[in-house]
Each structure stands twice: as C-alpha cells, then as structure tokens.
Write a protein that binds this ligand. Structure first.
Ligand code: DX5
Ligand code: ZN
Length: 210
C-alpha cells in the first residue's frame, strides 16, 4: 500500500499548527518537512525551532528532508523531533559517515538524489539506509513539473534494493497521474505539496493520490 506524505511547503505558514492537525485528520501517513538553507537550494524555509514547535500537534511520523549544504552540522538539531532524516547525497562529503551519524542519533536514515545524480552512489551504503528519496524535480520550490526521466531511476533503485527493507519515496510534481507512474515504477511513499493542498479538500486530494 502506498503511503502519502504531504509536504508543508504548500501549507499556510501563518497557520502551521492547524495545517498539521488538518493533514492528520485528512488521512496523511506522515508529514514531509522541507528544510532549505538558501545555499544548497535557492530558497529558504524553516529550521529546527519550527519543526519542534509543530511536533506536539500530531503523532504522525515527521519526515525531514534536509536541502542544506554540509548536513552533518545540523543533524543533531533535528534528531529529537524527526522520525526520519533525509540528506542529499550531493551535499555530503562522506555519505557513509553521515548515515552512521543518523543511526547513532536514533532516527531513520534517508538519502535523496537530485534528478541528475545516478543511483550508483547508493550501492555501497545500502546497509545503512531506511529510505531513498528520488527527486522528480530539481529541489527548491513546489509546483514544478514531474520529470519522467526519473521513472527509470526508480525502477533501477528498486532492483538494487532487492529484499532489503528500504522504502522508495518520490518528491516533486506528484499528482494522481504521476503518482501512479511512480508507484508502478516501484515507489512506496508519495510526497505531495501542491496536489494535496489544491482547493483545500485535503482528505479528497489524499484519497485520489492513494
Ligand atoms: C521541493 C520539495 C518538495 C515540494 C514538492 O524541493 O522537496 O517536497 O514541496 O512540492 P510539489 O508537490 O508542489 O511539487
Ligand atoms: Zn521534499
């Protein structure tokens, strides 16, 4: 069964507490939190203080997507509020070591790949991974178009994972149509911002993604 992870990048930032509660009531499986530093990606969002502030308003897992340079410097700031922390392979000088740090911090470990990054970077860290996040847009902004080129990458990662307990999450341009394509290629978790928040019917939108 596919899991739906709404991205609060599309939420009303002036009302985050209630947005979290509404997503929970609408049937979300986890909350996707896009942390951007204005360096690794050309946009800035929020940091650990905001993640901590909204943590009490749902029991759903917090899926923290770090779009930051040198994530090692900030992992500890998010560890208490996050269930899973995803770093970008391209932003880590020593990816294997960073994944060990995530294990030590007691959170699940995810690695994200930008559209131009080949899946081969995952091969020798598979035993330290809980999730692979395939970016189906270039990170930084919501509302971009899904890159069909990433479907082949999803299938290749699925094959590489084999019997291991590693989930594949996709992020960027996901709607009912592209979500179905991603799931057919092997995705387990769909991140969606625009398509969950569109029109305000969060429950209906989550149901149609499912
Ligand atoms: C993009 C973020 C996504 C974004 C997706 O850099 O990582 O999580 O919120 O937004 P949509 O669903 O609008 O493409
Ligand atoms: Zn994201």
């Amino acid at each position: 069964m596919v899991l739906i992870a709404p991205s609060i990048l599309s939420a009303d930032f002036a009302d985050l507490k209630n947005e979290i509660i509404r997503l929970d009531e609408a049937g979300a499986d986890m909350i996707h939190l896009d942390v951007m530093d204005g360096v690794y990606v050309p946009n800035l969002t929020f940091g650990p203080a905001v993640v901590k502030a909204i943590r009490p308003y749902t029991k759903l897992p917090f899926d923290v997507h770090l779009m930051v340079d040198n994530p090692d410097a900030v992992l500890g700031w998010f560890a208490n509020a996050a269930d899973i922390i995803t770093v970008h392979a391209e932003a880590c000088r020593h990816l294997d070591k960073t994944l060990e740090t995530l294990r030590t911090l007691g959170v699940k470990a995810g690695v994200s790949l930008n559209p131009a990054t080949p899946e081969e970077v995952l091969r020798y860290v598979l035993d330290k991974l809980d999730m692979v996040l395939v970016m189906t847009v270039n990170p930084g902004f919501g509302g971009q178009n899904f890159l069909e080129s990433q479907l082949e990458k999803i299938s290749r990662i699925k094959a590489m994972i084999g019997e291991r307990d590693i989930k594949i999450e996709v992020d960027g341009g996901i709607n009912a149509l592209t979500g179905a394509e991603a799931v057919a290629a092997g995705a387990d978790i769909l991140v969606a911002g625009t398509s969950v928040f569109a029109g305000g019917d969060y429950a209906g939108n989550i149901a149609s993604l499912r």
